[in-house]
Design a protein around this ligand. Structure first.
Ligand SMILES: [Zn+2]
Length: 247
């Protein structure tokens, strides 16, 4: 695949090889505007790659360097997500400026890029994530229109559609063992969701982030049986992909 060079000054040194990919949308009116901002030393933000809606791939920061894309974030105990990840920005106006489907050309280019990146670094399927997975309190990108299922069918990331499970939905205000088990599962998956047994606002936000990625038909922060079934099956799949904590 061909790359267009668009160097950004906004990076520093890694302290470990990357073992995670974080996918973003730009959330700006155009790709050109996003490129300008990601290259502006005053903005202090960047990513390793930006992919235009027509599939053109821009290289901003070398993979060996630490790009500044994730901000305050968390996954599986890691708070310096930038240090261990590769950040990819997809041009899309985002929820504030006319969120729309990611075109085929853009997703094809992303799949090709992931093929190349994962040929170079050890990145388990369970560590191909959205910005909203690692920063659920602040971010919603790449959002519920991002085709995680298609990506997984192309060999990148996790996707499962287990049979619907029965069980009453859990939501804000609920307490008890079921809530505790849900929070423990989300923590094992990677989210910052320490089990308390109380379904509070933070739990709702984490459940919403989970749904945005793995249950996009229902991004309401209510853990229905289907949401919980997907979590249980994904934990198994993540363990098999070598990315879940033991136990
Ligand atoms: Zn982002």
């Amino acid at each position: 695949m061909s790359f267009i060079s668009a160097p950004s000054p906004n990076f520093d040194a890694r302290r470990a090889p990357p073992d995670m990919v974080v996918i973003h949308y730009t959330g700006m009116s155009s790709g050109a505007a996003a490129l300008e901002r990601l290259g502006d030393p005053e903005a202090k933000v960047s990513a390793h790659y930006l992919i235009e809606e027509d599939g053109r791939v821009f290289v901003l920061v070398p993979e060996e360097r630490r790009a500044w894309h994730a901000g305050v974030s968390f996954w599986k105990g890691e708070r310096d997500v930038n240090a261990v990840s590769i950040g990819i920005e997809l041009v899309n106006p985002g929820h504030d400026h006319g969120y729309r489907a990611f075109p085929d050309d853009q997703i094809e280019a992303l799949i090709g890029l992931l093929d190349v990146i994962r040929g170079r670094w050890e990145i388990p399927n369970g560590r191909i994530l959205g910005h909203s997975d690692v920063a659920p309190e602040r971010k919603v990108d790449p959002g519920e229109l991002f085709p995680w299922k298609r990506l997984a069918e192309a060999g990148h990331g996790l996707w499962l559609e287990p049979p619907a499970a029965p069980g009453a939905p859990l939501g804000v205000g609920d307490e008890g063992a079921g809530v505790f088990a849900l929070q423990a599962g989300l923590t094992r998956m990677g989210y910052d969701s320490a089990p308390t047994g109380r379904y509070d606002d933070h739990t709702r936000i984490i459940v919403q982030a989970f749904q945005r990625h793995w249950r996009p038909e229902r991004v309401d922060g209510i853990a229905d049986g289907e949401t919980r079934a997907r979590l249980v099956h994904l934990l198994r799949a993540a363990a098999e992909s070598g990315s879940a904590a033991p136990g």
